[in-house]
Structure formats: structure tokens, C-alpha cells
Design a protein around this ligand. Structure first.
Ligand SMILES: NC(=O)C1=CN([C@@H]2O[C@H](COP(=O)(O)OP(=O)(O)OC[C@H]3O[C@@H](n4cnc5c(N)ncnc54)[C@H](OP(=O)(O)O)[C@@H]3O)[C@@H](O)[C@H]2O)C=CC1
Ligand SMILES: O=C(CO)COP(=O)(O)O
Length: 330
């Protein structure tokens, strides 16, 4: 049994906590919202984020971070990507010295251009930092449906041992030591899902969507490798696996956001779509590396109001005719 602290009481933090409690681990949650914490602890629901889903009786959440972190062996950072540095700053004075930290948010910090593990590492340099990512909807995990994710730590043997400890019926973990690779897939697939959603919203058809997913994947690999990811990691659960899930299911908030944009609906009040916050910095990083990323660039132009969804669909499907070299993403 592991002592786990989960920082974040949204959909994913609550789903992970639920799975780990069901597996017999000692789990404490910290959240900034007192009402949500009381609801999780007392009525075993998190309506705002997980509707009617029943949470386990043994699950409790609190706004007291010191209490939630006390004696924790593993600390999961599960607030949205752009708030990870704030949460890490709050946790810094209260963390047990030997706690292992795991980044679970999917996004690139738009101020620094850092991956989530780099953000945490910068605030908490004395701790080992890992990553958990892969195709997994909170709604599925909380229902006990099976998911497979990648757990990356700097040391492969330790990743393997922890993957064994934390795996259960709803979450099956595969080990990796490619910290960068596992994060790039999760961060960039959100941007691709918005782009594919823009096509779905305009009724371009499944064939065009498949073409776009393929091109988006090639971009993700080009940029990921330039940033230090291993190409084979991007072929795995946290890359291709998550891209496929997120670009094909309306349970995805990023895909749904893209559909709303593509069909001309108001996006005000929609749920968290991490790709919206990652798209500009991802394009900046791509430009710095001299990597061509037309799908991500088009998504950025639409999301920043510089191109209409209709123009984007035309642009995405009228790229120059060239030889097909999927390995380099032509
Ligand atoms: N949902 C999913 O299926 C999956 C999500 N993820 C990733 O997990 C991360 C979190 O997503 P998810 O839980 O779904 O998001 P939600 O929108 O469901 O919840 C976000 C949570 O973070 C809290 N929060 C927001 N800003 C801050 C802040 N500045 N400080 C502290 N807490 C904050 C919110 O609190 P409040 O209620 O007070 O606003 C809320 O509890 C994202 O990066 C996402 O990509 C990964 C895999 C699956
Ligand atoms: O990351 C996810 C699935 O792996 C969740 O996707 P959304 O954030 O688009 O809902």
C-alpha cells in the first residue's frame, strides 16, 4: 500500500484518487475549493466535474495542504497545466523530503515553455519527478473501466516497480524512462484534437479527419523528437494512443472545443481545453527548432481570431501536393 497525495479535485484528480482507493492505497486529496472538498468527503460525489459518479467511501479531500501532504510517499500534480507552478510553490514548504512527485497535467507552461516535469523540478529541485500520461478519460476510470497509461521516471527499474504497485483494474501502467516523450504526446494531442474538432464541426467527413490526424501525428513526432523525445515513445500510449482517443471521442473536452469553434458555437463556459493554452507556446517552440507544424499553426490562427474556421478547413486540406513521406510528415 502506498501513501498518495493528489493535488487537484477536478475530474482527473478525483478519478485517479478513486482508482487508487479502490486498489487499497491510502489516498488524500487537496483542493482549493472547500465546497468540492466537503462534497467528496461527505457525499462521495464531485458533481461539478464527474456528475452522478459514485466515489469510494474511503476518499477524503481537504483544503489543508499540509495535512494532505503529511507522510505522503507519492504526490500527484493534477491541477491544470498552467497552474502547476503555483501549486508546486504552495506545496514546497510542506512536502515530505523523500516524496516522489508525478506530473499528471497535459500541457506546456506558456510563460516558460517548460514541460510539466520541468515546471515542478524548477520549484522542487530536491525531489525525483516523474510523469503519468496516456489515453484515459476520467469518466471511464471512475466507472472502473480499463485504461492503459505510461508512467515515466528517470530510472526505468523504479518506474517498473512503481507501475506494478499502482496498477489495478481501472488503471494499468506501463513503465518508461522517457520523461520528455511521455509529456509531449499528452500536451500536443490536445492541440491536434482541437484542429480535428474544427473539421468535424464543419462536416468535412471522416476521411478528412483521418488525414488530419495522420498529419497531426507527424507534426507531433517531428516537434517531440526535436524537443528530446524518443520517436518510439510517441508511437505508444502517451502519443499515438492518446491522439487517437482525443481526436475521436466527444468525451474529449479539446475535441468538443474544436467542434464548437468549427460549427460557430459560443465557447464561453466550456470545460477545460488544455490545447487552447498550449497552442501558442507549442508553435513558438516549433519555430525555435525550425520545425514545420501547419496543423498547429492553423489551430493557433483560428483560436486567436486571425483566421475563420472555414478558412482553416480550406487551408488544412489544400497543402501542396508532394510525395508522401509519413516518417517525416510530408
Ligand atoms: N479529465 C480527464 O479525463 C483527464 C485530464 N488530464 C489532465 O489533468 C489535468 C487536470 O484536468 P482535470 O482534472 O480534468 O480538470 P478539471 O477542469 O476537471 O479540474 C481542474 C481542477 O483544478 C483546480 N484548479 C484550477 N486552477 C487551479 C489553481 N490555480 N490552483 C489549484 N487548483 C486549481 C480546479 O479547482 P476549482 O474547482 O476550484 O476551479 C479543479 O479542481 C489537465 O492537464 C488534463 O489535461 C489527464 C488525463 C485525463
Ligand atoms: O487527456 C485526456 C484523455 O487522455 C482527456 O482529454 P480532454 O482533456 O480533451 O478531455
Amino acid at each position: 500500500m502506498a501513501r498518495i497525495c493528489i493535488l487537484g479535485t477536478g475530474a482527473w484528480g478525483t478519478a485517479l484518487a478513486t482508482a487508487f482507493v479502490r486498489q487499497g492505497h491510502d489516498v488524500r486529496m487537496w483542493g482549493r475549493n472547500a465546497e468540492t472538498c466537503a462534497e467528496i468527503s461527505e457525499t462521495h460525489r464531485n458533481h461539478a466535474y464527474l456528475g452522478e459518479a459514485c466515489l469510494p467511501d474511503g476518499l477524503s479531500a481537504s483544503t489543508d495542504m499540509a495535512g494532505a501532504l503529511e507522510n505522503a510517499q507519492i504526490v500527484l500534480f493534477v491541477a491544470p497545466a498552467q497552474s502547476t507552478s503555483d501549486v508546486a510553490g504552495l506545496a514546497a514548504p510542506q512536502l515530505p523530503g523523500d516524496a516522489l512527485l508525478i506530473a499528471c497535467a497535459k500541457g506546456i507552461d506558456r510563460r516558460s515553455g517548460q514541460t510539466q516535469s520541468e515546471v515542478i523540478d524548477a520549484c522542487l529541485p530536491d525531489h525525483v519527478v516523474g510523469v503519468l500520461s496516456g489515453p484515459s478519460f476520467a469518466a471511464d476510470v471512475v466507472r472502473g473501466l480499463p485504461t492503459a497509461l505510461t508512467l515515466a521516471l528517470p530510472d526505468q527499474a523504479r518506474a517498473q516497480s512503481l507501475a506494478q504497485t499502482l496498477s489495478g483494474d481501472a488503471i494499468r501502467l506501463y513503465a518508461s524512462d522517457d520523461i520528455v516523450g511521455v509529456q509531449i504526446g499528452g500536451a500536443l494531442k490536445n492541440v491536434m484534437a482541437i484542429a480535428v474538432g474544427i473539421c468535424r464541426g464543419g462536416g468535412m467527413g471522416a476521411s478528412a479527419e483521418a488525414a488530419l490526424i495522420t498529419r497531426g501525428y507527424a507534426e507531433l513526432v517531428r516537434l517531440g523528437v526535436a524537443m528530446g523525445a524518443r520517436a518510439e515513445t510517441l508511437m505508444g500510449l502517451s502519443g499515438l494512443g492518446d491522439l487517437v482517443l482525443t481526436c475521436s471521442s466527444e468525451l474529449s473536452r479539446n475535441f468538443s472545443y474544436g467542434i464548437a469553434v468549427g460549427s460557430g458555437h459560443d465557447v464561453t463556459g466550456l470545460k477545460l481545453a488544455e490545447g487552447v493554452h498550449t497552442v501558442s507556446i507549442a508553435n513558438e517552440i516549433a519555430a525555435r527548432h525550425g520545425i514545420s507544424c501547419p496543423v498547429m499553426q492553423t489551430a493557433d490562427l483560428v483560436l486567436s481570431g486571425r483566421m475563420s474556421a472555414e478558412e482553416a478547413r480550406t487551408a488544412l486540406m489544400s497543402r501542396p501536393i508532394k510525395a508522401e513521406h509519413p516518417e517525416i510528415g510530408q
